[in-house]
Structure formats: structure tokens, C-alpha cells
Design a protein around this ligand. Sequence first.
Ligand code: BDR
Ligand code: CA
Length: 310
Amino acid sequence: MKRFPVILDCDPGVDDAVAILLAKQLPELDVRAITTVAGNVEVEKTYANAHRILHVAKWEVPVYMGAARPLIGTQVTATGIHGADGLGGVEVPGAAIPPVPEERAWDVIYREAVAAGGALELIAVGPLTNLAIAFAKYRELPKLIRRIVIMGGAATLGNTTPAAEFNIYADPEAAEMVFQSGVPVHMVGLDVTLKSYLTASEIDAIAALGSEQAKFFHGILQNVLAFSTKLGLPGVSMHDPAAVLYAVDASLFQAEEAGVHVECKGSITRGKTVTDLYSDAQFEKNAYVVTEVDRPAFVERVKTLLARYA
Ligand code: BDR
Ligand code: CA
């Protein structure tokens, strides 16, 4: 088994919470830190939520706060899906929220990248502001990062606008900086995350595992399930968990090498990840676009990992 150092950058967020619960149970991941960013909710809330989720997971990982706003654009949130608190209204009694450390997300990314001597991987499942700031501040950083796996974007469609996925739409300039950083970006976007869903009965089957963590998982997903059902989707898309599982086991997925740029100017296409995947004209290759998942194997993996919480 290959174990590798990672930083998980996130904006919890309901599916971010599931991603963290899974990450704890993956021995492949040596999670050096969790960094949070404004996204689904404000950054103070994503910082506090990361601590709440770690409390539920009974996991000790240092948490650092990052950017409160996108680099340039207007801030957007996704409270309609994740709730005003970011965790679907589920409270976590007993979770202590420590004061925010002085060291910021981008400085932690650089520190850990240096410490890992080129082996550090980033799994980023929120807007990419923290990563962009890290690359702008530390010019040698790209040489020190082995791979970036993101949940974000899509070769095909959007969910926040017809063109754009939420994490990219929330900070397109940051996303373009990350795609052009020189570090290979593995884009686990809507192309595959909409296929990485759990049905209501699969969610119930996980809840029936009976652990505190399984009940939390069930509770936080209820709003999103109602929202997804209203949209006519077959279940709840496990956007951020798909990125975490792809990082440790790409054999569950199919990915294709591609060139990707982010549209930062378009009036109706701002935040679109423009890929050359379906085009004769080609960009320089800077990414892998994940397009398919073995859904039965994916669901089984999620269930098995959550069953490790006794
Ligand atoms: C992404 O946006 C957020 O709302 C989710 O947490 C996920 O990272 C899906 O578009
Ligand atoms: Ca997220």
C-alpha cells in the first residue's frame, strides 16, 4: 500500500464532511493538515465545521483557516443546498472550536510541501483560492507538489450556472492559476461526480450501520437528498468523496489526459472549465479529466469505509 502525505483543502459543506469521514479511514492518506476556505458557507463556518466533523470522526488533524473571499470576483455561497450552517442544520454537541491559528492555509501548504520534499499531494474540494494564493506567494511551490486532485469543473455541464460548476464559479481566477501552475491537476468534476451518487436506500443502509458517525452521515444528507430528488436526480452526488477516493484508488474511475483552461471573462460562461477533450483543436495538456466511475464499486467502498467506525 502506498501511503502519501496530503493536505485536504475544503469548505465543509455536507459532502466535504463525508469526504473527511472517509479520509480518516483511508490508511493510504497521511493527512498533514486540513485547510478551509470560503465556499459553501463563510470561512469562519467552514473552519468551525471542519472541527465539528473531526470531533464526530474522533480524529486529530490540525485545521487552518484560509481565504474569506475569492481573489477578484463577488463571493457566492451554496447555503440553499448545505444549509446556513453548512452542515444541513445538524448540530455536533461537545465539539470544541479552538481559536483560529495565526498560520494561514497557504503558508501551511508551503511548509508541508517543503517538509515532504516533493511528495505532497493536495486534495482540494472547495474553491481554489487558498491554492492560488499559495502559488502566488511561493513561486517555487509547483516544483514541490506531486499532484493536485480537485473536485471542481466539468467538461460538459454546470450546476451553479449552465456553464459552471460551483467550486470553479466561486473563484474562476484562482482555478485558472491552479490549472496553469505546472502541477498536474486531476479534475474530478461533475462529469463523474453526478454518476457517483448514493440513492436514498443506500444512504439508509449506511445509517443502519448504527455508529454515531453513520447517523451523522445520514442526518447531514437529508436536505441535499430532498434537493436532489426535487431536481429529478437518482440520489445524492458524492462530489467531494469521489475526489478523495480517486486520490487513493483511480482504478474505480476512468480519466483522460486533457488541456483545461478556466473562462474568466465570459458574461454567461464565467467559471466554465474549457477542455479540449471533445475538440479537434488541442490545448497543451495540463490535466486529467475524470469521466467515469464504477458506481457499484464506489458505493461499496463508501459503505465499507464508513463501517470501519465501530
Ligand atoms: C461542489 O460544490 C460544493 O457545494 C460541494 O461541496 C462540492 O465541492 C459541487 O459542485
Ligand atoms: Ca466542497
